[in-house]
Design a protein around this ligand. Structure first.
Ligand code: DX5
Ligand code: ZN
Length: 225
């Protein structure tokens, strides 16, 4: 089962003076996607990466760019991130006036669309737009910073969303973001997650990037690899 788990290291925890190298390194180390955290000091209290940086990183990996937009208002920025080479763009439902329209904008460009649920966001926001979704991203910390502790109450939300995805019959990635380490990753996988974001655990973990990525997949995957 853990063979199918996607690992999407967040470059938020990488050395920002050498982001291209970081992307190349995690690509070689076995990352399935590259998670890029875009923060605007408005929707969240931090300021990180804009579309120019995403565009500059694009030649450094062929792996999908999993772009997490924590910006408000979001609509004006979506086209720039599409043009920069994003493969998946995930948005928060409270970052614009019409979430369905924002998702339509992403999908109409042939880019995969994700909806992000903060720890305090109920799952009801998903159902009305589920036909547009390629990813549901469950935040297991409040967005804004790397290195926070995993909020365990989100595991029941992951289980509920797993059920909702099964009932929809759609092929939707269920990703978890925040405080994911080799222990909490196993709880997420057991709850039904299919993709894990990890910043600190990959870039600041004890082993090599490859070891750290493997450890997130679980003990069985670590042994056979
Ligand atoms: C938080 C970001 C996360 C963050 C995860 O707002 O969305 O992607 O980088 O960092 P860790 O894995 O350190 O919790
Ligand atoms: Zn993120």
């Amino acid at each position: 089962m853990s063979d199918n788990i996607l690992i999407s290291p967040s470059i938020l925890s990488a050395d920002f003076a050498a982001l291209g190298q970081a992307v190349r390194d995690i690509d070689v180390a076995g990352a399935d996607m590259i998670h890029i955290d875009v923060m605007d000091n408005h929707y969240v209290p931090n300021l990180t990466i804009g579309p120019m940086v995403v565009k500059a990183l694009r030649p450094h990996s062929d792996k999908p760019f999993d772009v997490h937009l924590m910006v408000k208002p979001v609509d004006g920025l979506i086209p720039a991130f599409i043009e920069a080479g994003s493969d998946i763009i995930s948005i928060h439902p409270d970052s614009g006036p019409h979430v369905h329209r924002s998702l339509q904008t992403i999908k109409s460009a042939g880019v995969k669309a994700g909806l992000v649920l903060n720890p305090g966001t109920p799952i009801d926001v998903v159902e009305p737009v589920i036909d547009l979704l390629d990813m549901i991203l469950v935040m297991s910390v409040n967005p804004g910073f790397g290195g926070q502790s995993f909020i365990r109450s989100q595991l029941t939300k992951i289980e509920a969303l797993r059920g909702m995805i099964e009932r929809s019959g759609r092929d939707i990635i269920l990703e978890v973001d925040g405080g994911v380490n080799p222990i909490t990753s196993q709880d997420c996988i057991a709850a039904g997650a299919t993709s894990l974001v990890a910043g600190s655990a990959v870039f600041k973990g004890a082993g090599s990037y490859a070891d750290n990525i493997r450890a997130l997949r679980g003990p069985v995957a670590s042994q056979v690899a």
